[in-house]
Each structure stands twice: as structure tokens, then as C-alpha cells.
Design a protein around this ligand. Structure first.
Ligand SMILES: Cc1ncc(COP(=O)(O)O)c(C=O)c1O
Length: 319
């Protein structure tokens, strides 16, 4: 099997040769930041916006990656070019830009010298979320709360994911397929480990404000599509009650783009997922990226499951 080509500190090397020290503060202290850009039909989507967010995370955490935003963008495009031959026609990849503060010295245990900078591709795991477009996903609200921005700013994408992982362990013990949706410290909905959350209330698209969640690039694109479709968008504070009683709800994130929500803590949301506004937004997204994201994801399932879900999908769209 061919190996991916990875950028590491100025060189492009096969993944098996991309070595990072055990003294790296990213490894031993979660001391780093990252961003992830997805391709659609092998073309990166909003790479500039993702790279700008990476640089905001770097500025906030006082990490100097030693390269300009433009060079980071060029490097990311080169990683994609060098790995394109690995992508099958129905595949796409996520381009990870990861930067840690660097390597600790053995004397004084301080991080000195330059940051560790890497960019690498991961092929999108379509089977993980394909059925969610058609049947919706189960959400669980775990006991673990999202770290408040007064302690660690949620607008920055930090490599230490233990807060999210704890939420995930709890949710997956309740239901192995469940996605954890964390509340903030005041009991308002915040985000999952990798998605922003949207609810439809009185026909309006409502979402937690950026006060305590990552400013999603997908979320920003959905705002634009909602505007085109004439759907009003409102940002604010929402509680589990608002989610339980919403007309429909979905999650938004770079790789799956949309994850319609079927249940929250076992309770069905609205008339079942995906709801009509979610379906219109998925249609508008497909037009924007010039491909059908649902067809693509379903094409990765075995034939019987694909046919079952495709029939269900056509009936959802016709309803
Ligand atoms: C904690 C968190 N919230 C929200 C998101 C969604 O952001 P985006 O749409 O830019 O992928 C992510 C992305 O992975 C995330 O890690």
C-alpha cells in the first residue's frame, strides 16, 4: 500500500519517516494547535479561512510556527498534490495542519527552539457518518461540561482534546454510536468534540453564539446558505429544553458537513431526521461544492445497506 506524504519541519517525507521527539511538548503536554480543511472532489474547501483560524489559535497560544500564513497555505496545497494519487474517485481527504510549541530541553525541562510544524492528509471516514444523513444520529448530553472560555478560549483549536474525550467516553458508554453534545458551565448548549449545533425553532435556524464554541467554518458557510434560502439565523443561548422541543436539529462540521440529529438522550427530535430545513441546506451545500455529499458517503457502504438507505433518502426528499 502506498504511504501518505507528510510535511514535517521543512521536508516532505513518507509518513513512516515523519518522526517527532518524545520531548515534544505537543506529545507530553498537549501544547499545540491545529486546523483541518476538507476537500470536495479533491479540491480544498475554504483553506484560507481554516489557515486564518490556525493563525489565530497560534497567536492566542503564543506559538510561532516560523512561517507565514501564505507559506502554510502553499505547503498544505502541496501536501494535497503529493497525496492526490492515493484518493479514489469517490474519496476526499481532510488536510491536518498541526503545530506544537516544540521540543523540551533535557536541562530545565523548558521548550526552547522552534515549533514542530506538520501537515498531513487523512482520508475521510465516510462509513462512520453515512447513515446519519438519512436516519439521523443519536446525541447524548454528558455530565462533563465544556471548559469555559474564561479558562481556555473555545475559539482556539487546541490539540489537547481531553475535555472532549471525557464527554465522548461518557456518551459512548450510554450508546456506542452516540455523539456527545456538551453543555457550558451555565447549562447552555455548547458543542460536540468536533461539531457546532443548530436547532430549528419557529422556522428559524438557531445556534449557540460563538461566546463558548469554536467559530466553525462550516457554520459560517451554513449562515451564507441560509441567507440565500431566506431562512433567518439567530445566535444565542439555548438549553436542552430548546433542543428537546426543536422542530429539527443538526450538527455541522468539516468532514461530514451535516449530521442530522435523530434523538437526544433517547428522545426523538421533531418528526424525525433529517428535517425539511436541513434537507434544503444539504441541497444548497451540494450545489455550492458541485457534488452530492450524501451519494458520496453512501457509496462507501456495502450494496444492501446502500440500497436500503438510498430508498429511504429518496422518500425523505420526496416527502
Ligand atoms: C470543538 C469543535 N467545535 C466545532 C467544530 C466545527 O468546526 P468546523 O466547521 O470548522 O469544522 C470543530 C471542528 O472540528 C471542533 O473541533
Amino acid at each position: 500500500m502506498e504511504e501518505t506524504i507528510v510535511y514535517l519541519n521543512g521536508s516532505f517525507v513518507p509518513e513512516s519517516q515523519a518522526k517527532v521527539s518524545v520531548l515534544d511538548s505537543g506529545f507530553n503536554a498537549g501544547d499545540g494547535v491545529y486546523d483541518v480543511t476538507r476537500t470536495f472532489r479533491h479540491k480544498p474547501f475554504r483553506l484560507r479561512e481554516h489557515t486564518e483560524r490556525l493563525f489565530r489559535s497560534l497567536q492566542y497560544t503564543r506559538i510561532d510556527c516560523g512561517m507565514s500564513l501564505e507559506d502554510m497555505e502553499k505547503t498544505t496545497l502541496e501536501v494535497l498534490e503529493r497525496n492526490k494519487k492515493l484518493l479514489r474517485d469517490n474519496e476526499d481527504c481532510a488536510l491536518w495542519q498541526v503545530v506544537s510549541r516544540g521540543v523540551r530541553s533535557i536541562r530545565g525541562n523548558r521548550v526552547s527552539g522552534r515549533a514542530t510544524v506538520t501537515v498531513y492528509p487523512v482520508i475521510v471516514n465516510f462509513p462512520e457518518f453515512a447513515s446519519f444523513y438519512v436516519e439521523g444520529a443519536p446525541l447524548v448530553i454528558p455530565a462533563t461540561r465544556r471548559i469555559p472560555p474564561q479558562c481556555l478560549e473555545s475559539k482556539a483549536k487546541i490539540t489537547n482534546k481531553m475535555n472532549h474525550n471525557m464527554a465522548s467516553f461518557e456518551a459512548k458508554q450510554a450508546d456506542p454510536r452516540a455523539i456527545p453534545l456538551m453543555l457550558d458551565i451555565d447549562g447552555n448548549l455548547s458543542e460536540t468534540s468536533a461539531h457546532n449545533c443548530f436547532l430549528v425553532i419557529d422556522g428559524k435556524l438557531c445556534t449557540p453564539s460563538d461566546r463558548n464554541v469554536l467559530g466553525g467554518i462550516t457554520k459560517a458557510a451554513i449562515f451564507e446558505l441560509a441567507k440565500q434560502l431566506g431562512v433567518e439565523v439567530v445566535e444565542g443561548n439555548y438549553t436542552p429544553f430548546d433542543l428537546y422541543t426543536a422542530e429539527e436539529a443538526f450538527l455541522a462540521s468539516t468532514s461530514p458537513t451535516f449530521v442530522p440529529i435523530r434523538t437526544v438522550n433517547g428522545l426523538q427530535i421533531g418528526k424525525g431526521a433529517p428535517g425539511p430545513i436541513t434537507l434544503r441546506l444539504i441541497g444548497a451545500w451540494n450545489q455550492m461544492v458541485g457534488m452530492d455529499i450524501v451519494d458520496q458517503a453512501l457509496s462507501h457502504l456495502d450494496k444492501a445497506e446502500r440500497d436500503r438507505l438510498m430508498t429511504l433518502w429518496q422518500s425523505r426528499k420526496a416527502a
